[in-house]
Design a protein around this ligand. Structure first.
Ligand SMILES: C[S@@+](CC[C@H](N)C(=O)[O-])C[C@H]1O[C@@H](n2cnc3c(N)ncnc32)[C@H](O)[C@@H]1O
Length: 259
């Protein structure tokens, strides 16, 4: 069985028909291989490998974190994306960072390293086992005085955080369960100041974002998020699609310009 998809091939020219076999693999031209189940492409991986080797050179702390994370789901950001988060934190001189979704602390280490001496990152994680791995990784990175992992459902942790009435956050990275993302985003805006940057991972979902008939709660969550972002006049927003070792996905960005 083969499926003919025209105009929806992320790897090739938009007008090139892509023939997909029942194996899930498709050939386009002479060299291109696309796996429609994961929408991955070996050229995306090759570009990430090439640039990462030059721009994110070997780092024993991050490599140890990746090794520890091997027992966890493989859903951390890539090295390039981690550096991107770090770069954003440095660019806006973030002193207070909030992360929703810690996993093994890989992205937290990247962002934590961008903090100044008096900076602080709070990362929220539901799974105590993930939090334990994260704390070990964060300690190995020498960041335990700056990075705190709080265990619990993020909706509850965010309510507690709001009640603490601390300083607003400068940077928020939302990367937990996708169905609750709009609620996480609202809480993030509530704890922002003019100039806060909010970044949300995995909004494009291999193109499923455009499926208005989807009954997948994660897709619905991301669709609600984008509608919410577009309707909020306090924000300047965009979505940037990405390809690479993490497949085809994308980040949403919101800069708080009014409160
Ligand atoms: C994509 S991973 C985070 C990856 C991490 N940001 C990184 O790049 O290294 C998502 C994490 O969110 C956590 N999570 C899922 N549902 C959650 C919830 N309701 N509250 C808090 N954390 C949750 C999962 O246990 C998982 O560890």
């Amino acid at each position: 069985m083969a499926l003919e998809v025209a105009g929806s091939n992320p790897a090739g020219h938009p007008n090139s028909p892509l023939t997909i076999a029942s194996s899930g693999h498709a050939r386009l031209g002479s060299k291109r291989t696309v796996d429609w189940r994961t929408m991955s492409d070996d050229r995306w991986d090759a570009v990430d490998a090439y640039t990462t080797a030059l721009l994110q050179p070997a780092d024993p702390v991050l490599e140890a974190a990746i090794r520890e994370n091997a027992e966890l789901p493989n859903i951390a950001v890539s090295a390039a994306q981690g550096q991107f988060l770090s770069l954003l934190a440095l660019a806006i001189k973030a002193r207070r960072i909030l992360e929703v979704g810690t996993l093994g602390g890989y992205s937290a280490i990247w962002m934590g390293r961008a903090l100044p001496e008096d900076g602080r990152l709070i990362s929220l994680e539901l799974n105590p086992q993930h939090a334990e791995v994260a704390r070990r990784n964060i300690a190995r990175a020498g960041l335990e005085s700056k990075v705190e992992v709080r265990v619990g459902a993020a909706l509850d942790s965010l309510t507690t955080l709001k009640d603490e009435v601390g300083e607003p956050f400068d940077l928020v990275f939302i990367d937990a369960d996708k169905r609750n993302t709009p609620e996480y985003f609202s809480a993030a805006v509530d704890m922002s100041h003019a100039g806060t940057l909010i970044v949300v991972d995995n909004v494009v979902r291999q193109g499923r974002l455009t499926d208005s008939d989807s009954d997948d709660p994660d897709t619905q969550g991301m669709r609600r998020l984008i509608e919410q972002m577009g309707a909020d006049r306090r924000l300047t927003t965009t979505v940037i699609q990405t390809v690479g070792v993490k497949g085809w996905d994308g980040f949403a960005f919101a800069l708080v310009v009014g409160t």
